[in-house]
Design a protein around this ligand. Sequence first.
Ligand code: NAP
Ligand code: ZN
Ligand code: ZN
Length: 357
Amino acid sequence: MLLCVEEKLTMLEAKGYAVRSPNSPLEPFRFTRRDVGERDIRVEIAFCGICHSDIHQARDEWGGSAYPMVPGHEIVGRVTQVGRKVRGFKAGDTAGIGCMVDSCRRCPSCRRGLEQHCDTHVALTYNGTEMDEKTPTQGGYSDHIVVDEAFAVKVPPKMPLDRVAPLLCAGITTYSPLKRLGARKGSRVGVMGLGGLGHMAVKIAAAMGAEVTVLSHSPSKRADAKRLGAHEFAVTTDAGAVKSLAKRFDIIIDTVSADHDIDASLSWLSTEGELVIVGAPPKPLAIRSFSLILGRRKISGSAIGGIAETQEMLDFCAKKKALSDVEVIAMRDVNAAYERMMRGDVRYRFVIDNSTL
Ligand code: NAP
Ligand code: ZN
Ligand code: ZN
């Protein structure tokens, strides 16, 4: 009871960068976060990656965005305070927080470790609401965050935190379907779109032992694709090059953020191959029925990964040294970074140094 009263009375001052409407730039913003509850940890944010989902939501490209919005769901930082009942973290530890900060924890999906598909409510890290479905959540373009320890993961020691931050979304979003589909030595994996998600898909699939081909509309990324671990590179706008891709892949991870030809991608799948859509262009996908019928091909979607799987991915990436290639920026340059991402000018993830706030 005393704690409840305290929680209501004490809020933590926070500062960050927010958008106030779909057309406005990110600008300095002061807000409050809840005080540290008994199962919460407070994390001083060191770095936050910029995901293309931040842009889609800041600009309301998916619809339903709520403002003011502090984006950011690729968060790493130092634990500065822990609640009385916290067992997994202590002050000084390094924690990671991804795309969600809570779920019901009781429904069949949560019990299967698929909290991101909670049947009741997922508290997204920003542009969402807490479990009361009223209190808005705010993300990692900010100085600190307060989160239930159950929704934070442990960052293995001695890792470069700027290169770890993107794993909290780009890493888990590509690890999860590759793992589910059993990517391994002998699997032929295509990765469509070499951006933040795509470059992690290449590193992770290669680390799993798969033979990886990058499918890109940017010829200039050929050398990078090889350096990142891809065995082959094909330019999807080159008619000659794509002809040789017919029935090539067991798995294609499609990370493309804009409208593109799904029928073409399906034709590159082997019999019973699976195309996993992780990119989320605002426009609905158009698919010819015969693209699926012939070859008994499959198409699926995938959203990030559960909390336990996110920890597993972090440990895997630490062991395999599969970290993000980043360009660290100051908070004041975040609008310019958005513009550069829209032009495809990112190699391969912008990460905000939150100490520049
Ligand atoms: P990103 O870094 O901007 O990369 C997107 C890539 O898509 C680009 O690098 C580019 O690769 C390709 N692309 C862009 N415009 C294109 C066009 N007009 N035609 C063909 N290809 C184009 O974005 P990201 O952060 O990786 O995010 C990618 C998508 O995944 C976004 O839609 C994001 O919202 C979504 N996402 C989904 C989840 C999930 O849980 N499912 C999680 C995170 C993000 P090339 O130059 O190599 O062609
Ligand atoms: Zn993301
Ligand atoms: Zn649930």
